[in-house]
Design a protein around this ligand. Structure first.
Ligand code: MTE
Ligand code: MO
Length: 457
């Protein structure tokens, strides 16, 4: 059984067919493109792979957290403290997603010759491992693409519902990533255990387990195709991981000393990828890290741009909400329902808190909110302890016209039905006449233009 699992499919064919298949295989192999960049190596791919595994995992965990907060299963409880936690997890989610782009591109570049590896399938185990790589690449590219389209709020290229697709693809990507890590771990360990020495002699330690199908020496390598089919990205011409431009004895050393050898260039490439990560991070985290806001290329999300020095995600016009007039009433449905005018709301004891709006799209900004504590309103209608709230707005359509708040946020005295922002009446785009604000809750749940609160058991 294990034999069948790991056997070369061609070797399983009957004699005459096997010969013909090998002959065709040899023909195809000779026509495949050859890739000569000395920059590619298992070591480089391994480092890029480790970096990607880190950004992907962090992005997955933070993204899943955000999903769970918005669609909480019964076992999940998100606290209302620390106040800034969601701002951090979601800021990190978007920042790692953006940082993934240069690393992912470099990693794909470093392994794309494997697309042409021959034979394309060496065994069932090999086939499954290759399929998981294609799933991983597809899901990974789709995740960064849809994530960035969402940040750009450019939805026409996404004829599906973004959050559902982004959530399920994340599971596909993380599953394929785990399979890929399990398959490649021995190769990565072997590649990183080898010192990146410029000396050909030390490039050839006793082959570790995963490298056992690698020819022991260039001379023994009468099967370049087999070498190509190992986990290394390509068969280096001289059978080492470090084929250099200079092959004469000493030539490689001189190239290294001059800082032009492949190991140096690879280090340079890693450095360039690191620099690219730094640059894309620097020009985007300004949307949530205030001191860097001047560098923020995602300009509409600069924390200080917008009415009352606060960005707006959806304006009143976009939401189809008109300015409320004297006929405005806040309805509170609970054991003892209440209806309040704006004047009555303003007459209730007011509190001021400093809390951030932290949007799922990664921008966040702190503001000073003044209004009626939500627990006071719950007490007014006799809501029992532990009840949750559905917050509804005057907006008629749209997914974010209402939100259901967890009990923790309903009973936190810092949660407000805010009437004022930074000392002035709420701008219409920030939710006039009132909007809800709570510590440690995603922006999408901080409903604007509120006209009804419904107590849920
Ligand atoms: N009624 C309603 N409230 C809403 C939204 C909406 O689309 N409709 N968008 C939410 C989102 S996604 C965010 S990030 C915050 C932004 O609040 P701000 O525009 O005051 O900064 O409002 C939230 N409240
Ligand atoms: Mo948002």
């Amino acid at each position: 059984m294990t034999r069948l699992w790991t056997a070369d499919p061609i070797s399983l064919l009957p004699g005459p067919l096997r010969n013909r298949a090998s002959a065709i295989g040899a023909l195809v192999r000779d026509r495949l493109p050859r890739f000569g960049s000395p920059l590619r190596s298992t070591r480089l791919t391994s480092w890029l792979g480790i970096a990607l595994a880190v950004t992907f995992s962090v992005c997955f965990v933070t993204g899943l957290t955000s999903h769970l907060i918005q669609h909480p299963p019964s076992w999940f409880a998100w606290p209302s403290a620390p106040t800034q936690l969601y701002r951090i997890t979601q800021g990190v989610h978007v920042a790692t997603g953006i940082a993934t782009v240069p690393i992912l591109l470099a990693k794909l570049w470093s392994v794309y010759p494997k697309l042409f590896e021959w034979p394309p399938v060496r065994s069932i185990a090999h086939l499954l491992s290759r399929l998981s790589v294609f799933v991983l690449i597809g899901a990974g590219l789709a995740q960064v693409t849809t994530g960035i389209l969402n940040i750009a709020r450019w939805y026409p290229p996404m004829p599906f519902f973004f959050t559902v697709a982004h959530h399920w693809l994340a599971w596909v990507a993380i599953g394929a990533l785990l399979v890929h890590i399990a398959v490649q771990l021995p190769t990565v360990r072997a590649a990183l255990a080898r010192a990146p020495s410029p000396h050909p002699a030390t490039d050839q330690p006793a082959p570790p387990v995963a490298d056992r199908d690698r020819p022991a020496s260039p001379v023994a390598s009468d099967q370049p195709a087999l070498a190509a089919a190992t986990n290394r990205p390509e068969p280096p011409v001289d059978g080492t991981d470090q084929p250099g431009p200079a092959t004469a004895p000493g030539g490689r050393d001189r190239a290294e000393a001059a800082g032009t050898g492949p190991a140096m260039q690879r280090r340079g490439l890693l450095g360039a990828v690191g620099a690219a990560v730094g640059v894309v991070t620097l020009v985007s985290v300004g949307q949530t890290v205030r001191p860097l806001s001047r560098l923020d290329l995602l300009a509409p999300r600069r924390p200080d741009i917008g009415p009352q020095q606060l960005p707006v995600n959806k304006s009143a016009v976009e939401a189809g909400v008109a300015r409320a007039d004297d006929r405005y009433r806040l309805h509170i449905d609970g054991p003892h329902p209440h209806t309040l005018t704006l004047a009555e709301l303003t007459a209730l004891p007011q509190h001021t808190v400093a809390l951030p709006i932290a949007c799922v799209e990664g921008w966040s900004a702190t503001a000073h909110w003044t209004g009626v504590p939500i627990p006071d309103l719950l007490a007014l209608v006799g809501a029992p302890a532990g009840s949750r709230l559905r917050v509804e707005s005057a907006q008629r359509g749209g997914l974010y016209r209402a939100a259901v708040w967890p009990a923790a946020h309903c009973h936190d005295p810092r949660s407000l039905l805010a009437l004022r922002l930074n000392g002035a009446e709420l701008d219409l785009d920030h939710g006039f006449p009132c909007r809800v604000i709570a510590p440690n809750l995603p922006g999408v749940m901080q409903t604007k233009w509120v006209d009804r609160l419904v107590v849920l058991p």
